[in-house]
Structure formats: structure tokens, C-alpha cells
Write a protein that binds this ligand. Structure first.
Ligand code: GDP
Ligand code: IMO
Ligand code: MG
Length: 421
């Protein structure tokens, strides 16, 4: 059955949006299976340049359904803004559907995200402040409001009566005014009016497409190192970023997923706090950041940058079971005399390519090897064999370290700047 999951193999921003846009051309259903508007997925295609936060990157395929899956937390106000931007650019977004079992990011989740992360002081996660953590916390505490609830105002009101007293106590303690339930009920009415008809039964939809053997793409959010279970906890997001989440949040039975594309950037970037063993500083970091235009698609924050981290990408392959890998931003490395690659970590005097737990990762020293760089601009190359031999060698080294074949190589941000092997 033709189901492809596309997942991030590092700390996010690997280029999942570009790869999803590319593979979604041939899909009938594209599902975002986790996260919320913390995502910033950049797509550059014949229709223009777009930064998507909630919308699946398949939204440009007018013939496909683009579904916000059950594993997501949906901020309806942000969704409205995103749709308005798209429509201004001439994209109708008519394929949009929303699972009726996803969670709603409420206005108080967004306020709490900022206040609670600030209150952690030195231990802050540096979240995107999009309400993600508090929304997932309410979900598992069984205090969440599901997207489908907006069709039942009495249900929303009862849930607010249950949860707001405690939420308001927390807000007041953090110096923020209490939330008025009437205000939320008014907004919920607007969401019902704008999005009520887009709510669907995801299980029926997915089952129908699977039965008809129609191609499905599962689009991941963030990367394995920020996964709630497997990432560098607690400096992680609050959702599942790995392919298994495509089954849980995407509503696709696990055995139906037959291709898992791990997206890796040819070097490493991260936004937010937490260990990043190959991180560069000073002029070297500034150069790489400028060449790669590494500024966050959601918050505009300068991204932390570093060399390719073999243990991290291998860890992601082990967790996700990549059938193949998409290596992005190879063009950014052109012009370097030699390129360091982290092949292992030195953890307390012992070299290992396994991923240690966070307290040990914090002090892990990267073990580098250097491979020759290449001078030529490769952004117009469209065939594997036209790549400089050094670039092919670099990719083959990444393949060995990760344990997956680079079936897709991206040499520029545009959909067309792609080598399919
Ligand atoms: P995502 O969150 O994984 O979808 O990635 P982002 O969109 O946040 O960040 C990737 C950035 O790299 C975006 O600005 C893309 O337009 C850009 N990009 C993607 N692939 C390539 C590539 O092969 N070369 C270059 N130079 N830029 C790329
Ligand atoms: P895409 O999908 C990069 C980071 C934040 C923070 C941590 C938790 O574009 O790859 P959150 O707001 O989720 O509670 O923040 O995760 N983060 C991202 N970093 N790309 C993203 O999304 C991110 N989404 C969250 O910086 O460290
Ligand atoms: Mg991004």
C-alpha cells in the first residue's frame, strides 16, 4: 500500500516542507500527524514561496486532501491567518480537512506556554510560544477540547467550567488576568462557523484511501532529537516526531506505512535550548548560518548551526526505520576546502556512536573526521553523476554513518532543485 512517511532526522528544519511538497505532487491524501503551529515548513514552488505552520505541505496539490491529523494541536486563529495568506497568493486550500479528534490550542495555552517557559529560568526549553506544551498537557490530563467539540457548544462550556478554575489560578499566580469563559465561547462560535464543515472522521477517510490503494503522504513535524519520548528530554517538543507517530496521530495502521523518508540536512541546525554536540560558535558559525540562511521559519530566531552529526542521524534512522533518506542543503557546503563530519561522541572518555541520555549528551565531545570539499556551485545540477566526486563522496559517508541510502538530494530551496536517484 502506497503510504510514505516523511520525518525529520535531526533537530527540526531539515527541509521536510520542501520534500513533502515534492512527494505530495503524486499523493491523494497528505496528513500532518503531529505538532501544531510550532512548525515552520518552507515551500518554494511554481506558485510562490510559503511558510506553512499548520497546513500540510501538500496543500499546493489542488487534487489532494490535506488533513490536519488527530495527533495535532490546532490553533484555529493561526489556521485562519495561514489560509488568508495562501488565498492572497492565489492558492485556494480547498483540499483542507481537519480531524474531528485533534486537539484545540486555546488562547490560554499560548499565554501559559510563554509564562511557564519563562518561569523555568535557566532550565527553559525556548519553545516557539505557540501553546504546544500546555495543549498536549491538557490532552493527556483529559482536560483538552477536541476539534469536534466545537460543534457542541454545551460540551465546550462544560469542559471550560471544569478546567478554567485551575487554569485561571495558574494564570493569576503568574501575573496574568483570568480568562473569561464567555470570551472563549464567542471564539469557539467563530471557529465553528469557519471550520465546522471541514471536520472529518479521519478513520473513515484513511481507510477508504487505503482500500482504494490511493497514495498517502504522512508529514512529520520537527525531528527525532526533539521527540517527546526519544529526544533530548526535557529540551523537546510535546509530541511524537517519528514515523510511529504517523500510525498513532495519522490514523494509518503501522503495517500500511511502506516507505519512511528521513530528511537530513547536510549539516546540523537547532532552535531552542538543549545539547547540540557539533555546535559551532563565532565566525565559523556566522558563515554557515549566513550561507544557509538559517533563521527560524516560525519565530525568526537565528538557528544554532554545526557540522553533520552522524550519531544523531543514525539514532533517527534506528527509531524511524528509514527506507531512504533525503539529504537537503548540500549546496550550502560548496566552497569549503574540507568538511568535518561527526562520526562518534566521546562520552566520559569512551567513543561511541550510540545516543546517550541527556545528562551525558550535554558533555559529549564530537569526534570528527574531515573529508575533502568541492568548489563548484551545485545548485543547477539535476543528476547524481554530475555532482562533483567530492560531493558524492560526502554523501556516501553520510549514507554509511546513517545506514540509509540518499535517494533524494536537494541542492536548493526550490522544488525543482532536486536530484532523484
Ligand atoms: P522544515 O521545517 O523541515 O520544513 O524546514 P524549514 O523550512 O524550516 O527550513 C529549511 C530551509 O531550507 C527553508 O528555508 C528552505 O527553503 C530551505 N531549503 C530546503 N532545501 C534546501 C536546499 O537544498 N538548499 C538550500 N539552499 N535551501 C534549502
Ligand atoms: P519544524 O517542523 C525547529 C523547538 C523549539 C524548542 C522545542 C520545543 O519546522 O521542524 P515547542 O514550541 O514545540 O514546545 O518547542 O522545539 N521547535 C522547533 N525547532 N523546527 C521546528 O519545527 C520546531 N518546533 C519546535 O525551538 O526547542
Ligand atoms: Mg521548520
Amino acid at each position: 500500500m502506497p503510504v510514505t512517511a516523511i520525518v525529520g532526522a535531526q533537530w527540526g528544519d531539515e527541509g521536510k516542507g520542501k520534500i513533502t511538497d515534492l512527494l505530495a505532487e503524486a499523493a491523494d491524501l497528505v496528513i500532518r500527524f503531529g505538532g501544531g503551529s510550532n512548525a515552520g515548513h518552507t515551500v518554494i514552488n511554481g506558485l510562490g514561496e510559503f511558510k506553512l505552520h499548520l497546513l500540510p505541505s501538500g496543500i499546493f496539490n489542488a487534487a489532494a486532501i490535506s488533513l490536519l491529523g488527530t495527533g495535532m494541536v490546532v490553533d484555529f486563529a493561526a489556521l485562519q491567518r495561514e489560509l488568508d495568506d495562501l488565498r492572497r497568493a492565489g492558492v485556494s486550500g480547498s483540499g483542507l480537512r481537519i480531524s474531528n479528534r485533534a486537539q484545540v490550542v486555546m488562547p490560554y495555552h499560548i499565554v501559559l506556554d510563554r509564562l511557564l517557559d519563562e518561569a523555568r529560568g535557566e532550565e527553559r526549553v525556548g519553545t516557539t510560544q505557540r501553546g504546544i506544551g500546555p495543549a498536549y498537557a491538557d490532552k493527556v490530563a483529559r482536560l483538552g477540547i477536541q476539534t469536534g467539540d466545537i460543534l457542541f457548544p454545551d460540551v465546550v462550556r462544560r469542559k471550560l467550567d471544569l478546567l478554567l478554575p485551575e487554569t485561571n489560578r495558574t494564570l493569576l499566580r503568574l501575573g496574568h488576568p483570568a480568562i473569561d469563559p464567555a470570551d472563549i465561547m464567542r471564539q469557539a462560535g467563530e471557529w465553528r462557523e469557519c471550520f465546522g464543515t471541514l471536520l472529518v472522521d479521519q478513520v473513515e477517510l484513511v481507510d477508504r484511501y487505503l482500500t482504494e490503494q490511493r497514495p498517502i503522504v504522512l508529514e512529520g513535524q520537527l525531528g527525532a532529537m526533539r521527540d517527546i519520548d526519544w529526544g533530548e528530554y526535557p529540551y523537546v517538543t510535546s509530541s511524537t516526531t517519528i514515523a510511529g507517530g504517523g500510525a498513532v496521530g495519522g490514523g494509518v495502521p503501522p503495517a500500511a506505512i511502506d516507505r519512511v523518508v528521513g530528511v537530513v540536512k547536510a549539516y546540523t541546525t537547532a532552535v531552542g535550548t538543549g545539547p547540540m554536540p557539533t555546535e559551532l560558535h563565532g565566525v565559523e558559525a556566522d558563515d554557515l548560518r549566513t550561507k544557509g540562511a538559517e533563521f527560524g521559519a516560525t519565530t525568526g530566531r537565528p538557528r544554532r548551526v554545526g557540522w553533520f552529526d552522524g550519531p544523531a542521524a543514525c539514532y533517527a534512522r534506528r527509531l524511524n526505520g528509514f527506507t531512504d533518506m533525503a539529504v537537503t542543503k548540500l549546496d550550502v557546503l560548496s566552497g569549503l576546502e574540507s568538511i568535518p563530519i561527526c562520526v562518534a561522541y566521546d562520552v566520559a572518555g569512551r567513543a561511541s556512536s550510540d545516543m546517550p541520555v541527556t545528562p551525558l549528551l550535554r558533555d559529549a565531545e564530537p569526534v570528527f573526521e574531515s573529508v575533502p570539499g568541492w568548489e563548484a556551485d551545485i545548485s543547477d545540477i539535476r543528476s547524481w553523476f554530475d555532482l562533483p566526486s567530492e560531493a558524492r563522496f560526502y554523501l556516501s559517508r553520510l549514507e554509511e554513518l546513517v545506514g540509509a541510502k540518499a535517494g533524494i538530494v536537494s541542492v536548493g530551496p526550490h522544488r525543482a532543485q532536486t536530484i532523484l536517484r
